[in-house]
Every structure is written in C-alpha cells, then in structure tokens.
Design a protein around this ligand. Structure first.
Ligand SMILES: NC(=O)c1ccc[n+]([C@@H]2O[C@H](COP(=O)([O-])OP(=O)(O)OC[C@H]3O[C@@H](n4cnc5c(N)ncnc54)[C@H](OP(=O)(O)O)[C@@H]3O)[C@@H](O)[C@H]2O)c1
Length: 428
C-alpha cells in the first residue's frame, strides 16, 4: 500500500512541478509586460516628508527607506540649495525624490503632491499614503522677527487644501497626515500637562513660535480628515547629527558637549556633582525651565507604527483600539498626542545627567534661576515658557505600543557621536 502510494506520488510529481513552473512563467511574462521583474517585489505606496531636509525629517527619510512596502520617499525643502547631497540620491536612485516648495506662498506644493501620488510602475494617481509635516520656521527668534511669515510657514494651509481637494469625492482615504507640533503651545505655568488638561489657559502660548504652531493645530483639526490625522506635540528632540547632512544650528546636546569637556582629572562624573564652579565665564543653565527631552528614535518609530496601522500592515493591539476609528464608532478622540520623553528635567538637570553619563566636567556649567535673573541679556531674549513638561502616557501607550520611552541617559548615549565630535573639535 505504502509502496504503491509512493510510486503514485513519484509519477505525479514531475507533472505537478511542470504545471507550477509553467504557471509561474506565464504569470511572470504577464507582469513583465507591464513592469520590470525587479518592481514585482517593490513597494506599492509612496510617502512624503515635508521639511525632509531638516533635523527630524532626515531621520524619518532614513527610516522610511527601510520599509519594503514603500515604493518611493518624496520630501520637500525650501529651495534646490537645501536638497540632500547627490550621493544620497544616487544611493537610493528612484526611491528618493526631492521637491523644492515654498510653504509661505504655497508654490510647488500641488505639483509635489501630484508627483508623490504617482509612480512609474504604480497604477492610478492616489498612491500617496503618508505625509509627515516637518516643515517649520522652527527657531523662536526667527518667528519673533517675522510673525506673518512664521504663521504662513508653520500653518500648513496649502498642503492641507491640496490633499483634501485631491481626495474630495474619491472612494479612497486621504493619506495619513502626521503633523509635528511642539510643547511650546503650552503656557508654561504647569507641570506634566496632559492633552485634556483643563487648568486655566493651559494651552495659551506665550511667544510667536508657540502661537503659530497652535494655529496650525486648530486649522488641521478643523480642515483635515480627523480619521487620518495625528498631531505630535514634541519636546526638545535629541539625537546625533542627522544622517545625510548636518543642520546649521547647534543641537542642544552639542551645546552641552562643547560646554562640558571630558574630565581630565580622571574623576568620575558622580564625583563632580558637588564640584565648586571655578570658571568665572561659566555658562548658566536654568534650573527653573522644564522640558521632557525626547529621543528621535521614539518619534520616528511612533510615526512608522501609525503608518503601518493606517495602511493595514499591522494589526492594532488592544491599547491602540481607538487609532483611526471609522465614523460612527468615534468616541471623543482628539488626534493630539503629547510626545515628550519620560522625565521632566530642567536645563541644569540635563547637564548633570550628561556629565555623569559621559564622565564630563561640569566646571563650566553653573546653575541659574531664570525667573530671578534680571540681566540685559535676558531682556533681549525671546520669551520662553518656564514649565512645559508634558505627561506623554497616551503617546507611549498608543503610538509606541506600550514601549517605554527612552530616558535622557539613553538619549545621551544615543548621541555619543555628538560628544566625540565636540571633543575632537576642541582638541584640534
Ligand atoms: N527640533 C526640535 O527639538 C523640535 C522640538 C519640538 C518640535 N519640533 C517640531 O518638529 C518639526 C521638525 O523640526 P526640525 O528640528 O526637524 O526643524 P528644522 O531642522 O528647522 O527643519 C525645518 C524644515 O522646514 C523647511 N522650511 C523652512 N521654511 C520653509 C519654507 N518657507 N518653505 C518650505 N520649507 C521650509 C526647511 O527647509 P530648508 O532645509 O530648505 O530650510 C527644513 O526642511 C517642526 O515642526 C518643529 O516645530 C522640533
């Protein structure tokens, strides 16, 4: 019995193999008539990172390029001159596309969205599935100098209008829009503010940058599809220099690294805690301004997670139940998330953790109370809110899928290249 079934399967198998081989060749030749074989296995979706030439944008582009489901990563910058280096484009060939757009006037945005919605080997013109808006006039001083410009650049009216118009009356969903906002939309008088905080004026920004970012939130909540919108209020973003091109401003950790050189006494960082400040020109770090520095890794991973859920590449876990609910099932969900790190830290706390972690000297950093400082220097500075620490539990549970957010010490370690380059720079 056994031998007869074996001989039967032996005699059948060459025919079965031939059949599947024939079927495979037939399908291959059919598809190849439409696109080269290599594209049979390429991604079917496009994504767009506006402000992709900036700090966070570059990390996002790098991460999105690793997703095999992504056909092409499109990004915008303000002009041709800030396009990412040619060798980066060369390395990623057709998968990385740059568009110069002006968010102040809207010029170039429609063409960019049109191009990012198509693909050489993709059917139709609605292949854009994710837009991350990192475009901003992000330096508070620049905003203060030109409020009108700050509002035009920071409120993505043109982008929102172009996207909504394109999908009007269409069966297809608008792309997921992740908009980067900031903790500076908070007033600065309270600790650990939650998204649904009801304390008086909790969300009344005190400078132009904060106000322009608040207008942006209000505009998007009113005008974009709420089931395809995520607003991330980020705190100070930490990390090394971005992967493709350095940004032309000092990063906060860069600044600390330059102020706090390696401890040449051979003492460990802990021992320096009580070190007497001897340097008269020591840099003042506020002890009464609080932030929740957040890792660029936590932000990029949260965005990728949302995207994967939105396009059905991942199943929602229970905690994410109310991400992108269909109309009708809606609760009072607002798509705003406080995206800060797990610790509420003053600027001086950050210096202390940095020095302890990197065994650096704190001699040139001294604690100072901003609210008691009356120097001329302070008067000429942009007003910054004192305590804009945030409770980011909702962000961690829903957008980081319950993963613990990186501590400041882990963020310092992630950015060690910052420190090394500062140290090498000092010793030259
Ligand atoms: N970095 C932080 O610590 C932090 C903290 C909280 C919130 N955020 C928010 O996170 C987002 C990303 O921040 P980031 O640090 O990556 O910003 P960034 O480095 O300053 O990058 C800003 C981007 O916006 C583009 N841009 C500026 N003006 C433009 C205009 N008129 N038209 C078109 N594009 C223009 C820049 O293009 P060019 O390269 O051509 O100039 C650049 O790509 C921003 O929304 C920011 O408010 C950042």
């Amino acid at each position: 019995m056994l031998s007869s079934s074996l001989s039967f399967s032996h005699s059948r198998s060459p025919r079965v193999v031939c059949f599947f081989l024939f079927l495979f060749l037939f399908l291959l030749s059919f598809f190849c008539a439409h696109k080269p074989v290599i594209y049979l296995f390429a991604g079917q979706m496009n994504v767009l990172v506006t402000g992709g030439s900036g700090y966070l944008g570059q990390f996002l582009i790098e991460r999105l390029l690793t997703l095999k489901e992504v056909n092409a990563v499109h990004y915008t910058c303000s002009s041709e001159s800030s396009k990412l280096p040619e060798n980066v484009h060369e390395q990623h060939k057709r998968r990385l596309v740059c568009h110069a757009c002006d968010f102040e006037t809207g010029s170039g945005i429609e063409e960019c969205v049109e191009k990012a919605s198509k693909g050489e080997y993709l059917a139709g013109d609605k292949n854009l599935k994710l837009v991350v808006n990192c475009t901003a006039l992000s330096q508070p001083k620049q905003c203060e100098e030109n409020e009108e410009k700050a509002c035009k650049v920071n409120v993505p009216t043109y982008l929102c209008q172009v996207l909504m118009r394109k999908y009007e009356g269409s069966e297809q969903k608008v792309p997921l829009l992740v908009h980067m906002s900031t903790d500076q939309v908070l007033c600065g008088s309270y600790s650990n503010t939650r998204e649904d905080d009801t304390r008086e004026n909790a969300f009344e920004p005190i400078n132009v940058y904060g106000r322009s970012k608040k207008y942006a939130e209000t505009y998007l909540l009113k005008n974009y599809d709420q089931n395809a919108l995520i607003i991330l209020r980020s705190s100070v973003i930490t990390g090394p220099q971005p992967p493709f091109r350095r940004v032309d401003r000092p990063l906060f950790l860069d600044f600390i690294a330059k102020t706090c050189p390696p401890n040449t006494q051979g003492r460990n960082g802990e021992g320096e805690e009580n070190e007497e400040v001897k340097d008269e020109n020591a840099v003042e770090f506020w002890t009464d301004e609080f932030r929740n520095p957040v890792s660029r890794i936590d932000l990029t991973e949260a965005i990728v997670y949302c995207f994967e859920i939105f396009v059905g590449l991942r199943r929602k876990r229970d905690v994410s139940m109310f991400l992108f609910e269909e109309e009708g099932e809606r609760s009072n969900r607002t798509p705003i998330y406080h995206a800060g790190g797990p610790e509420r830290l003053s600027r001086y706390d950050m210096v202390t953790i940095f020095c302890n972690t990197m065994r650096a000297s704190k001699k040139r950093a001294k604690p100072a109370v901003k609210s008691k400082t009356t120097s001329f220097c302070i008067a000429s500075m942009v007003r910054t809110p004192a305590d804009i620490s945030m409770d980011s539990t909702k962000f961690m549970k829903i957008l980081r899928n319950g993963v613990q957010l990186k501590s400041f010490q882990e963020q310092v370690l992630d950015s060690t290249t910052v420190y090394l380059s500062a140290v090498l720079g000092n010793s030259r």
